[in-house]
Design a protein around this ligand. Structure first.
Ligand code: ADP
Ligand code: MG
Length: 368
């Protein structure tokens, strides 16, 4: 087991990288605690697999260092790093039986047959592969093969860390849920460090204690699901996490307010000293639909026009547009049964949940 650190890691697949856009990883610094359960979350192409391969040693980073428990392993081989990695698409030996596929990583390490047998049966039980142990892997469905692949990752008990790269992509939704619960249970039982890569926020938020959100080759925030919801450090986190995502409205900074569509909107916290906007910087406020409501009579608020409303179970998602030249759109959640104004309305943004962003980054210190 090991604590994993990445210091100033950059990676480019281009021969002579120059611009930031030449880097698949622009710059990553991170520390993964020994025994933690982490999710690495971000859209396709943001650099998740590149980052995993740098940790496992399949890729040598263009710049920066990788350390396990304080020991620099940047130049160490994948074997020396002792990591189990489960890839997005099944890696199985078709001509071998399911049993031999699972036993392979253990026999490779020279484990005694009795121990191999015990481990293989335990993992097979967990993944519900017991009845197929004697069959050749070639005859299995994509689901079955991916379960073997997972089993091969989980079978060794001596690895530093287990990394899963979108392991449930080819698995049907119900089984997905079952397997994810089992992985979580396994983490709780063994205390092994686990890194789970996904582009699906539900998967990330249910699996992990801490979620690392990536965007365009950078880590934009590491936090608990609650932190990512309550204080997105970057507008991307606000928009990517939550359903629907955070509303963003462009405006002009005016002291402890932002002027949006002619109205002064209060935001939470104090402007950070290093976050002063200069000419040409983008000032936005971000507020989740959960924290926007229709104003009571005479209360004031941002004048809007109601565009449409959609039923979402216990509440409705209402889309409105500001009554200004910019006609910015935002969404709010209205409890089922509550009145929705026909057209002319005002909305109130909860100041304690209204965040200020400058050039995409949260620009305040925690609340006053
Ligand atoms: P993710 O796993 O988040 O989808 P990747 O790490 O696979 O992202 O890719 C990050 C970026 O690097 C993408 O722009 C991708 O096209 C590029 N990339 C990935 N692998 C290679 C490769 N072997 N050669 C060149 N470019 C690559
Ligand atoms: Mg990938």
């Amino acid at each position: 087991m090991a604590e994993i650190r990445l210091d100033s890691v950059r990676h480019s697949y281009v021969e002579r990288p120059a611009a930031d856009s030449d880097y698949a990883l622009r710059r990553v610094d991170l520390r993964w605690r020994d025994g933690g359960a982490y999710a690495l979350l971000g859209p396709s192409g943001c650099g998740k697999t590149t980052l995993l391969n740098i940790v496992s040693g399949l890729i040598h980073p263009t710049e920066g260092r990788v350390a396990f428990d304080g020991v620099d392993v940047t130049d160490a081989t994948p074997v020396a790093r002792n990591i189990a990695q489960v890839f997005q698409f099944p890696v199985v030996y078709d001509t071998m039986t399911v049993y031999d596929n699972l036993a392979f990583p253990l026999r490779n390490r020279g484990l005694p047959p009795a121990e191999v047998d015990a481990r293989v049966r335990e993992i097979a039980r967990m993944l519900e592969l017991e009845t197929t142990l004697g069959r050749r892997a070639a005859g299995l469905t994509a689901d079955g093969k991916q379960k073997i692949s997972l089993g091969r990752g989980l079978v060794r008990s001596d690895v530093n860390v287990i990394m899963f790269d979108e392991p449930l992509t080819v698995i049907d939704p119900h089984l997905k849920w079952v397997l994810r619960s089992k992985l979580k249970e396994l983490h709780q039982r063994t205390g092994r460090t686990m890194i789970y890569v996904t582009h699906d926020q539900t998967e990330a938020l249910t699996f992990a204690e801490e979620v690392v959100v990536m965007h365009e080759g950078q880590v934009v925030q590491t936090g608990t699901p609650v932190e990512l919801f309550e204080r997105p450090r970057h507008t991307f986190v606000g928009y990517f996490i939550g359903s629907p995502g955070m509303n963003l409205l462009a405006g002009e900074l005016d002291g402890d307010h932002v002027r949006v569509a002619g109205e002064r909107i209060a935001y939470d916290g104090r402007l950070r000293a290093d976050a002063r906007p200069g000419p040409g910087t983008r000032v936005e406020i971000g507020v989740r639909p959960e924290f926007v409501r229709f104003a009571a009579a005479g209360e004031g608020g941002l004048p809007v026009r109601v565009l449409r409303s959609t039923d979402a179970g216990r509440f409705r998602i209402v889309e409105v547009e500001t009554r200004s030249a910019s006609a910015a759109r935002l969404r709010l959640l209205v409890p089922e049964g509550a009145r929705i104004p026909a057209d002319d309305a005002r909305v109130v943004l909860e100041p304690s949940h209204t965040h200020l962003y400058i050039d995409g980054w949260l620009a305040t210190e925690a609340g006053p």
